[in-house]
Design a protein around this ligand. Structure first.
Ligand code: FES
Length: 130
């Protein structure tokens, strides 16, 4: 089946087949959970922070191919960013990193935005910065 048929870019398929940074971060400084009421899919984002910079990020996603690819690309994209920079990441950035998503799959990228925002909020709460 070609990616054209599925409406997915090669980049989406690549991240779906070989997801980057999949799994739990045992020493996470922040954990975010996001879910879609549309489909019931769930995503957890784990971050480790040093000197206000995200030095590591992993994910666990129970969801569709687009949700897995969105979480995988997000974990690459967010590493090395400051907390302030990471707070500005939107699902549009995730879609851009994937080279696009079919319109019906745009909500899947929102999970990645919600997940990283929730992880940052958790980190800020735990480190008494909120
Ligand atoms: Fe639910 Fe993709 S269909 S996140």
């Amino acid at each position: 089946m070609s990616s054209e048929y599925l409406g997915y870019t090669e980049k989406v398929l690549e991240h779906f087949r070989n997801p980057h940074n999949m799994g739990k971060l045992d020493d996470a400084d922040g954990i975010g959970k996001a879910g879609s009421s549309m489909c019931g899919d769930i995503m957890w984002i784990y971050i480790r922070v040093e000197n206000n910079t995200i030095v590591d990020c992993k994910f666990e996603t129970v969801g569709c191919a687009a949700a897995i690819a969105s979480s995988s690309v997000l974990t690459d994209f967010v590493k090395g960013k400051t907390i302030e920079e990471a707070q500005k990441i939107s699902n549009k950035d995730v879609i851009a990193q994937l080279g696009g998503l079919p319109p019906i799959k745009v909500h899947c990228s929102v999970l990645a935005e919600d997940g990283i925002k929730a992880a940052i909020e958790d980190y800020l709460k735990k480190s008494h910065k909120l």
